[in-house]
Design a protein around this ligand. Structure first.
Ligand SMILES: [Zn+2]
Length: 307
């Protein structure tokens, strides 16, 4: 009997040791990815912080704190996923850092001090606690497609439909980045007015073989979401994304008309249009959607899991 008790006791000790060993291993791994080395591009300084503290700074830089709680939570999960995807897929994009604060390279990031300077004294504590709550209450949550982190693109305002990624970046099909309807709550229109001469000069300056006598232009093809896919200017057929860059347009969701001696681009929405629309997410939250519903609306067939 004593032998049996001793055997059971020994077995329990072994079990305890094994489970503890795995627990420690898992915790260590998580600790590792929960620390971010961030390059501040203006000073070339690298600062280290927890992943969640970094995500709060991303939220300060990327979304208004006046957004609904569920929209802020969705943005926190999206920003966390975007960060970890980048670390997993391009770990060497900075020499000694994981991420930088350049919006065109990684994501925007602003410090708490910056936020406090921008906000009124009487509301800053409320705004800060909203952002902190959005990040802490979703801590560890990420978006996956078939058990892999997704490349969680987002943009400011879709103009009514998000864009399929294949029309924006090199024809690549990504099953979770499809075009979906997106109610935005308000119209976001912008105009770019340019003289006819400058309109043609922009293309002439870029292409040596541009036909200098050209006076023709036309929008040739729209993508299924309604954005410009191809536009002809003179003897050049250009992608909508290139037109957007050349003329500094808010989006590829545009129309063109002539008035007097000017060409007028009227754009709808703001940003590339791929993935989650931030304004659309906020509008869904106003109408009662949860952060999970928002994410599953904008990213097709994804799961939200805890790491
Ligand atoms: Zn970067």
């Amino acid at each position: 009997m004593q032998k049996i008790i001793f055997g059971l006791f020994a077995f329990m000790i072994v079990c305890f040791c094994i489970s503890n060993f795995f627990c420690i291993g898992l915790t260590d791994e998580n600790e590792e990815i929960r620390t971010i080395k961030l390059l501040i591009t203006s000073t070339n300084e690298i600062i280290e912080m927890s992943l969640d503290d970094y995500i709060i700074g991303v939220l300060i830089g990327e979304v208004p704190s006046t957004y609904e709680d569920e929209a802020l939570k969705a943005q926190a999960i999206v920003a966390r996923t975007y960060t970890l995807y980048k670390l997993q897929n391009s770990p060497d994009s900075h020499e000694n850092a994981d991420m930088c604060d350049d919006i065109n390279h990684c994501q925007a990031y602003k410090t708490k001090d910056y936020a406090m300077q921008c906000w009124d004294d009487d509301v800053e504590k409320i705004k800060w606690s909203k952002l902190e709550n959005a990040v802490k209450s979703t801590s560890g949550k990420v978006i996956t497609y078939k058990d892999n982190l997704i490349n969680a693109f987002f943009h400011a305002h879709s103009g009514g439909m998000t864009e399929d990624v294949k029309y924006i970046w090199g024809n690549e099909e990504i099953p979770y980045l499809k075009s979906v309807k997106s109610e935005e709550g308000y119209l976001y229109e912008d105009k770019v007015v340019i003289s006819k001469k400058d309109f043609f000069d922009v293309v002439k300056n870029k292409y040596n073989d541009f036909d200098n006598t050209a006076t023709n232009y036309s929008i040739d093809r729209l993508t299924p979401s309604g954005r410009v896919d191809k536009m002809t200017i003179g003897n050049k057929v250009l992608a909508g994304t290139e037109i957007r860059t050349l003329y500094g347009l808010r989006s590829t969701y545009f129309s063109v008309k002539e008035e007097d001696e000017n060409i007028i681009f009227t754009t709808n929405g703001y940003g590339h249009g791929v993935g989650m629309s931030q304004e659309g997410a906020n509008y869904m939250a106003i109408n009662g959607s949860s952060c999970e519903e928002i994410i599953k609306h904008y990213y097709t067939d994804v799961d939200i899991v805890s790491i």
